[in-house]
Design a protein around this ligand. Structure first.
Ligand SMILES: Cc1ncc(COP(=O)(O)O)c(C=O)c1O
Length: 424
């Protein structure tokens, strides 16, 4: 689907919609077209002219709201051995290298069927030396998930763990690399820890890993495409992300951007057949095809999503939109008495965790359901030691949609007599 068709869809009136989210989207078209390039420069939006009732807006960590044109790209059947589909695979693989700012002489892209965890598991079970093991740095549930993967594959693991609101302590990590983790082959960390919203300093950690001659893996599931990542400065050997995060495709595959020399070390080392990273890459390189049934529709939607990322202005522009989403939410919720879980210097612009208000009228289920009824989907908290809810800033949602969410939250709080509207 071209951006021209997208343009006409994004400017169509949506008066038949009955959800508040879409109503605010359509009313925003007149008033905010000059404020944000959502509807005025051909950028495809989430508005779907074929639907009477628009989908709810997903303020979650994924699956995410996608553009109408990305969804449209799903509506074709492709033969997996068709040369046109093989071109899609090639374009996705090379487009991701371009997006990462790395050269095909040094790096390659390996798409893996399944969700993000499949990509992480593929790297860990294929690349890590089974005798030497891995140092996992964790400050949240997704860091900890890596230890569940290594346990399942019997991979020796040294865990550095700190609280989910804290930045990992580099001196403590270095100490581990000199002692317990001296012999590991790999170091691994999550970039944007979606558990809390904290963003870890992958450059400092990667440089430390290299100082001790370790291969370095980054889980950039929720950041790749919206944070500029310098692969060389951070010395990244393997970066894992997935289709339905900041590139705004639909779920169905993850991808690994891997240094070729690091990948070659993984030959014959995998403890999984379907998640053998080296074999997956060798298959794709040999005949342009997946070894096992490919996610044809998802890949085509992803190629469209990559095109739309370019139209938006690339990683920097996308990051700016997400940051503006986050800022507007923060400015909107502060007067209502909602407090962020993270200190502001550690708060990223992918997702925000908010403490529950402490008044007796607060009830998360009611809050969630009332927002859902108004067309806005938020997410429960995931941090370990506080009652929180989370609001995502990624996907095809815009600052004006965030304003709509803030208005809905205000309305719901009034109705529930909670937060700023709780009886004193
Ligand atoms: C940082 C991070 N790592 C890993 C995952 C797991 O991805 P999936 O649920 O797609 O398997 C997620 C999911 O949101 C994530 O945010």
């Amino acid at each position: 689907m071209s951006s021209t068709a997208a343009e006409s869809s994004s400017t169509s009136p949506s008066s038949s919609s009955s959800s508040s989210a879409s109503a605010s989207a359509s009313s925003a078209s007149a008033s905010t077209a000059t404020l944000w390039p959502r509807l005025n420069n051909g950028l495809p939006t989430h508005y779907d002219p074929t639907k009477k009732v628009q989908d709810k807006l997903l303020f979650t960590p994924g699956p995410l709201t996608t553009s109408f044109t990305v969804k449209q790209a799903l509506t074709r059947d492709w033969g997996s051995r068709d040369t046109a589909f093989q071109r899609v695979i090639r374009e996705v693989r090379s487009g991701l290298l371009e997006l990462a700012g790395v050269s095909p002489a040094e790096y390659t892209t390996i798409p893996i069927q399944g969700s993000g965890t499949f990509g992480l598991e593929a790297v860990l079970c294929s690349a890590v030396n089974k005798k030497k093991g891995v140092l996992v740095i964790a400050n949240g549930a997704y860091g900890m998930r890596q230890t569940f993967i290594t346990k399942a594959h019997g991979i020796p693991t040294v865990l550095y763990e700190c609280a989910d609101y804290e930045a990992p302590d580099l001196a403590a990590i270095e100490k581990l690399l000199q002692t317990t983790a001296r012999d590991v082959s790999h170091v691994s960390v999550v970039h944007s820890e979606t558990t809390s919203g904290i963003v870890n300093d992958i450059t400092a950690i990667g440089q430390l890993a290299k100082k001790y001659e370790k291969r370095f893996m980054v889980d950039a599931m929720s950041s790749f495409g919206a944070y500029e990542i310098d692969f060389h400065a951070a010395q990244i050997d393997f970066l894992v992300s997935s289709a339905n995060k900041c590139i705004e495709g639909v779920p169905g595959f993850s991808f690994v951007i891997s240094r070729i020399d690091a990948l070659n070390e993984a030959k014959g080392n995998s403890s999984s057949l379907s998640l053998d990273l080296h074999a997956q890459c060798a298959g794709l390189d040999a005949n342009g095809q997946f070894r096992f049934t490919p996610p044809t529709h998802t890949l085509c939607a992803f190629r469209q999503a990559m095109e739309e990322l370019k139209i938006e202005g690339g990683v920097k522009a996308r990051g700016m939109r997400y940051r503006e989403n986050q800022q507007r939410l923060m400015r909107g919720l502060a007067p209502l008495g909602f407090e962020l879980y993270l200190p502001s210097e550690r708060q990223g612009y992918i997702i925000s965790s908010y403490h529950w208000p402490k008044d007796k009228n607060w009830n998360f289920e009611t809050f969630y359901n009332k927002l859902n009824d108004r067309g806005y989907v938020i997410y429960p908290g995931k941090v370990s030691n506080a009652d929180c809810f989370r609001i995502g800033h990624i996907g095809r949602i815009f600052p004006e949609d965030t304003d709509g969410l803030v208005a809905a939250i205000t309305d719901v709080c009034k109705e529930m007599k909670t937060a700023a509207f709780a009886p004193k």
